[in-house]
Design a protein around this ligand. Structure first.
Ligand code: ZN
Length: 169
């Protein structure tokens, strides 16, 4: 029997290590060799498919989760990357592949965009997250589980592994 205080459920801050690999075997991200990642469970801080797999797990558990695009970063949508001239971007901003930014759509709402690739002065931007359309294969190790502080619940995110790290935002 595990202590119910260390079981992942809504209102818990979970600290975990992970490695993320796509179906073609490319390792996208890993926390190995770095600090584990804290998140607030039930607040959509991580992709929905992984959050579901976390539910009910305990500190010390290790598991693998395969997350389909619909529960990850979504299916790819739209016409694909569109070419934009470099001059449309501010001169003083360094652009790179995979960079996320927001543009203002007609009507004023903010639209998230990512740079797909750069070919000279042509910047190819896409409305899809770089991992849209990909099945996400996670290897997870849960390091710790604790109650979130009132402030973390109010903010909708974790404030570091212990909740006392203060603000970086
Ligand atoms: Zn905060």
């Amino acid at each position: 029997m595990s202590d119910s205080n260390s079981v992942v459920s809504e209102g818990k801050v979970v600290v975990f290590h992970y490695t993320l690999t796509t179906d073609d075997g490319e390792q996208v991200e890993t926390s190995k060799g770095k600090d584990p990642l804290p998140y607030l469970h039930g607040a959509s801080n991580i992709v929905p498919g992984l959050e579901k797999e976390m539910e009910g797990k305990s500190a010390g558990d290790t598991f693998k989760a395969s997350v389909v695009p619909a529960e990850g970063y979504g299916e790819r949508q739209g016409p694909g990357p569109q070419s934009v001239d470099r001059s449309e971007f501010p001169d003083n901003v360094e652009l790179y592949e995979g960079m996320a930014f927001t543009a203002q759509a007609e009507g004023g709402q903010e639209v998230p965009l990512w740079i797909d690739r750069i070919e000279g002065d042509q910047i190819f931007v896409d409305r899809n997250h770089p991992l849209a359309g990909e099945t996400l294969n996670f290897e997870v190790e849960i390091v710790s589980v604790r109650d979130a502080t009132d402030e973390e619940i109010a903010h909708g995110h974790a404030h570091g592994p212990t909740g006392t790290e203060g603000h970086h935002h």
